[in-house]
Ligand binder design. Structure first.
Ligand code: G6P
Length: 254
């Protein structure tokens, strides 16, 4: 199937071929990095996975995407545009998810980075969490295509595909952003695990490696409970092209 990754007013016209898991574009397109996360990269994060599982791809990361004529602008702002494609699968009954991480700045590890997210296709959630004074606080954002928001530096974050099609999102992030995966590795995932229940719905299980979980908030992108340095209405790639200065805040570790 060819999935259109463009919005009606997009300049960037790109499709995703989910048979070969590759971007398709009818003109020259820069792609700086393509990576795939395999089940064997994160099998310990799926609680009920059969120990003698067969390895398989979980999601694809396509980073540094732009038309050649926009490369200089992205480089001048020290930013990059990326796609992430999570396949529609259950792993040990759990909805397929990204590993999850928290950012740090490679140029200044004591500081961190925010990331601008844009949901493009499919059904899924962003799961964010952070330590609180009595344990951990969890925020589950139910998202739909066209939702756009910033993930602040304080939050560990990951995405989960709860649908039957690839869950695809884009982001703009600093070129010097690094990901710290250690807490999720040590504690075998996020504080909340998301399973498909017997009626085809979603069941949330606590990850006992995090207890106590002080608070859990479930919301949609229009009611996220953290401050946004700025918001946008149109496609992310094009908004950056038309007003790049407001994106400086994403390039500067804070
Ligand atoms: O880095 P992971 O935890 O495996 O997550 C996979 C992807 O989702 C993150 O939120 C970022 O948007 C992507 O740059 C990243 O590659």
């Amino acid at each position: 199937m060819l999935i259109d990754l463009s919005f009606p007013n997009s300049i960037l016209k790109v499709k995703y071929n989910d048979k070969v898991n590759k971007l398709v574009c009818d003109r020259d397109l820069i792609i700086e990095e393509e990576a795939v996360r395999m089940l064997s990269d994160m099998n310990t994060l799926f609680r009920d996975l059969n120990p003698d599982f067969e390895d398989e791809p979980l999601y694809y990361m396509i980073n540094g995407v732009c038309y050649p004529e926009h490369k200089e602008l992205f480089d001048n702002y020290r930013l990059k545009y990326e796609y992430t494609v999570l396949l529609p699968k259950l792993i040990g009954g759990e909805f397929l998810k990204a590993h999850g991480h928290i950012h740090y700045a490679k140029t200044d590890p004591d500081k961190s980075i925010m990331e601008f997210m844009e949901v493009i296709h499919g059904k899924g959630v962003f799961l964010l969490f952070l330590p609180s004074n009595k344990g951990f606080e969890v925020i589950i954002v139910n998202v739909k295509p066209g939702d756009r928001f910033i993930v602040p530096k304080e939050y560990y974050h990951l995405t989960i595909n709860t649908g039957s099609e690839p869950f695809i999102f884009s982001d703009i992030i600093s070129n010097v952003s690094g990901g710290d995966y250690s807490l999720l590795k040590e504690r075998k995932g996020a504080p909340v695990l998301m399973f498909k229940d017997s009626k085809g719905g979603i069941r949330l299980d606590w990850n006992h490696n995090y207890l106590p979980i002080e608070k859990i908030t479930i919301c949609d992108a229009d009611s996220i409970p953290w401050d946004q340095p700025f918001t946008i209405d149109g496609p992310l790639y094009e908004d950056f092209l038309s007003s790049p200065d407001k994106y400086r805040i994403l390039a500067n570790p804070y």
